[in-house]
Design a protein around this ligand. Sequence first.
Ligand code: CTP
Ligand code: CA
Length: 223
Amino acid sequence: LPPGPVHRPLAGRRALVTSGPTHEPIDPVRYIANRSSGKQGHAIAAALARLGASVTLVTGPTREPDPPGCTVHPVETAREMLAACEAALPADVAVCAAAVADWRVADAAERKLKKEGGGPPSLVLVENPDILATLSQPGARRPALVIGFAAETGDVLAYATAKRARKGCDWIVANDVSPGTGTFGGSENTVHLIRADGAESWPTMGKDAVAARLAEAIAGHFA
Ligand code: CTP
Ligand code: CA
């Protein structure tokens, strides 16, 4: 077959994508993390690359293969993720799909914690930097389009609309992660795209299809 018509509307654009969980060390062998699989973030990176963007993917530990055509920076912690994102700027668009751990252990132990010595340890937690809010701050290096995710339970649209304002990002992709929806680790996703002018609800579809549709919306924004 001859090659089909090339559709590369994002050629010449730079994209930054975060994906996966972060791992926050407790000691050299233990960490705090969450259930993010990285499927949606990796699919978005691949979809943006397919549309011609030059994509940097900053990802926490996942089982996903590196998406074709992307520069991949593996990280463990939220602080490493932020540093890798800042190093990847400038970018035209940033998509923060990572499930960043909200807290880290204040003073991770340099040696393995042992049971002997009187009862379980107490962990003092401190808040991690907010990568999406940092990238959204006004300034010369702010990507023209900053997109966040909001994994919510309950009143998904209300929480996500408030989150968009709080973070200062342009768009929020909101999804319902209540038990039974199968979103975490599953291959399907039911999302709402929230922009300044309101919310658009998409039908349930595969994470690859969500990624492709989001990449097309991004291309439309820059057209
Ligand atoms: N995010 C981020 N850095 C953080 C926390 C969150 O970049 N330290 C990004 C996520 O990648 C996502 C968006 O912010 O795009 C929303 O994440 P979420 O966990 O829903 O927001 P939080 O502000 O942490 O609120 P919550 O208390 O609901 O967890
Ligand atoms: Ca959070």
